[in-house]
Design a protein around this ligand. Structure first.
Ligand code: ACO
Length: 185
């Protein structure tokens, strides 16, 4: 994904963590950051065939979510935004392996997108691993909001997460999520 302005000025690192307050106070920079986030949100919605984007700058500002943005700057003159991963804590009512209700507030994967032509090149894993380190998180302790078949395949391949525990909401959790939380014997 390319933009008419210099994304290197906005995002100095390979991975930038964008949250409520990000970037310089310059209003032109804020507008450009918003344009990047909004375009990524639209591309992700299209890739997942959603009717409307679930990621935008205004949503990011009103909800306490974090967006990890991956930039490729091997060619410093033509930097490219490769994709993003959005996470946030959510209070959820989940069912454990025994069907017992458990209230939890896990870190959730809310949106995840790598540009079409660059998928299956390892960028998603790079971004996901950065997030895990940044949050000191284990993927099995996370919940996944309406994961696409590609994300389920990604989690199976890279983290051996395969055994889901059926839920009545749109979130997917995997078996060991409940290891320390189960109310049942
Ligand atoms: N078909 C099936 N599996 C896929 C595909 C695909 N087209 N693309 C990636 N994967 C899975 C596979 O397990 C693949 O391994 P394989 O090639 O050996 O089969 C693995 O991911 C590859 O890992 P990476 O290269 O690190 O992943 P990638 O950079 O492609 O990022 C992502 C994964 C973000 C899911 C990307 O494919 C994508 O943007 N897909 C479209 C949007 C999407 O479905 N996002 C998830 C929405 S759900 C949510 O966010 C809660």
């Amino acid at each position: 994904m390319e933009f008419s302005f210099d994304v290197n000025q906005l995002f100095t690192d390979r991975v930038s963590v964008i949250e409520q307050r990000f970037g310089s106070g310059r209003s032109d920079h804020q507008d450009q950051i918003a344009e990047v986030v909004n375009e990524l949100g639209k591309a992700s919605a299209k890739a997942q065939k959603l009717t409307a984007p679930i990621t935008s700058m205004s949503k990011l500002q009103s909800q306490k979510h974090q967006l990890f943005l991956l930039k490729d700057d091997e060619d410093r003159r033509r930097p490219v935004i490769l994709g993003f991963l959005k996470v946030g804590y959510k209070k959820l009512f989940l069912l454990d392996r025994h069907g017992v209700h458990v209230e939890a507030e896990p870190l959730c994967v809310l949106d995840f997108y790598i540009a079409e032509s660059l998928q299956r090149s390892g960028y998603g894993l790079e971004l996901f691993e950065f997030m895990l380190q940044h949050k000191h998180m284990d993927p099995v302790l996370m919940a996944y909001d309406r994961p696409s078949p590609k994300l389920l395949s990604f989690l199976s391949k890279h983290f051996s997460l395969t055994q889901t525990v059926p839920q009545v909401n749109n979130f997917v959790v995997f078996e060991d999520f409940f290891l320390n939380k189960s109310a049942a014997p």
